[in-house]
Design a protein around this ligand. Structure first.
Ligand SMILES: [Zn+2]
Length: 84
């Protein structure tokens, strides 16, 4: 297929396939590493003083979400480079 929007040597359909495969890999990588980070945070936050538990948990949750988004973006980009 040569018609349509060609990106490099790929046609639009192949580009779409690679992108969806890359986001699946990115999502999986992000979920696995986030679970590891969350596990580490849960263990670490246990030693936080009771008065600071709520704050610590909020910070931990924000950190886990930020980690997920960052890992997803990076892993997706790397996966796309590989699959291309
Ligand atoms: Zn194609």
């Amino acid at each position: 297929m040569t018609a349509g929007i060609a990106l490099g040597e790929m046609c639009a359909k192949c580009w779409k396939d690679v992108t969806s495969k890359a986001s699946r890999i990115g999502r999986l990588t992000a979920i696995v590493t986030t679970l590891l980070v969350a596990g580490y945070l849960v263990v670490t936050l246990r030693s936080v003083a009771p008065a600071w538990q709520t704050t610590a948990r909020t910070v931990g949750a924000v950190a886990a979400v930020a980690w997920y988004l960052l890992t997803y973006r990076i892993a997706k980009r790397i996966a796309r480079e590989w699959l291309q």
